[in-house]
Design a binder for this molecule. Structure first.
Ligand SMILES: Cc1cc2nc3c(=O)[nH]c(=O)nc-3n(C[C@H](O)[C@H](O)[C@H](O)COP(=O)(O)O)c2cc1C
Length: 334
């Protein structure tokens, strides 16, 4: 009976995703590749490939390899500011990708239409109500609302506030997935009861056996506490920094130092504004790869959400999903 309550609350989400349970594993650059994505989908969740800065050729290979391993639907996450966005959409079309998740700000003109044209469902991140309503008018199929507890690039508002603001107003119009800070089924149950159709988790899945993240990266997660997952700080108002939540290490301190150094060069007239902003951006290019793939968790970026303290061991994806749904069912039965 309780099982059916969870399934009922998730029904719009599972119908949209074509999965058994409406638990999405949010795309994580370098982590969400063929192995983790297929494992999530095959275990009844919904995996999403992180395209990140991949070229169209690399994405083509990643989708092809994921298709060989996955027996269930999965999605592809594209970053809106990628210079080859339209080509990446074409690659998704070539592979008949069923779901495209657009992250990283307003989708450029024509991109939503292009995704519709390839026959894929389109899911967008809505960090505020106004944007959520705009997306509904544009005909997107679902929305993700992600709070600042999440790992990676974040907005300024917490998940609990976004959920209270957005779910009562729009959850009857299209499926909404809640993300950020979720690591237990009780939280999943509460967002479903507020009107969400599903959830998206990232941090909780990083230490899955099937995740290719370096052993050091996983150990840092297992050791980490909520308070270690801090946001990057912007030092100079002229040099914009999109906040990133990651475990505190030498790399986070070095980033602050780098911003001060670049600001000084700017003050001295030794570099132009464009060059200064580029230097800031380049600092992080590759930092996540350094930590996830090379295992340099001191100097690289160990992006992690505040829920990192609830990641206690390496487990299989199937066990994680089973634990989450079990906890959600128990909570709903109470
Ligand atoms: C290591 C890491 C890398 C991430 N990379 C991306 C990314 O490339 N694109 C994206 O849309 N979200 C990215 N995210 C966010 C996740 O997709 C997901 O929304 C988030 O992790 C959910 O919050 P949680 O970490 O509290 O579970 C990343 C998160 C982490 C932890």
């Amino acid at each position: 009976m309780t099982q059916s309550k969870l399934s009922t609350l998730m029904k719009r989400g599972t119908d949209l995703l074509g999965s058994e349970t409406a638990i999405m594993c949010g795309a994580m650059s370098w982590v969400s590749e063929r192995n983790l994505v297929s494992a999530i989908s095959n275990a009844g969740g919904f995996g999403v490939i992180a395209c990140g800065a991949m070229t169209p050729e690399l994405l083509d290979t990643e989708i092809a390899e994921t298709k060989k391993l996955a027996t269930k639907p999965f999605g592809v996450n594209l970053i809106t500011m990628h210079p080859d966005l339209m080509k990446l959409i074409e690659v998704c079309g070539h592979h008949n990708v069923s779901h495209v998740v657009l992250a990283g700000g307003l989708p450029p003109k024509g991109s939503l239409e292009a995704i519709k044209e390839i026959g894929a469902k389109v899911i967008c991140f809505a960090p505020a109500m106004a944007l959520a309503k705009k997306f509904i008018r544009s005909g997107v199929d679902a929305i993700v609302i992600e709070g600042m507890e999440a790992g990676g690039h974040i907005g300024p508002v917490s998940t609990s506030v976004l959920a209270q603001e957005i779910l009562p107003e729009i959850a009857d119009q299209l499926p909404v997935f809640v993300a950020g800070g979720i690591a237990r089924g009780e939280a999943i149950a509460s967002y479903l009861e507020m009107g969400a159709s599903g959830v998206q988790l990232g941090t909780r899945f990083v230490c899955a056996h099937e995740s290719i993240a370096h052993e050091n990266f996983k150990k840092a997660f297992i050791r980490g506490n909520a308070r270690d997952a801090i946001t990057s700080v912007q030092v100079d108002p002229r040099l914009p920094v999109i906040p990133v939540r990651a475990l505190k290490n030498k790399g986070t301190e070095e980033f602050t130092r780098k911003q001060i150094e670049v600001a000084k060069l700017l003050d001295a007239g030794e570099i132009e504004m464009g060059e200064a902003q580029l230097q800031i951006e380049h600092f992080w290019a590759g930092a996540l790869r350094k930590a996830v793939i090379d295992g340099d968790v001191e100097n690289g970026s160990v992006m992690a959400g505040q829920s990192v303290g609830m990641v206690k061991s390496e487990e299989s994806v199937a066990d994680i999903i089973k634990t989450l749904t079990g906890e959600a069912e128990t909570a709903l039965a109470r």
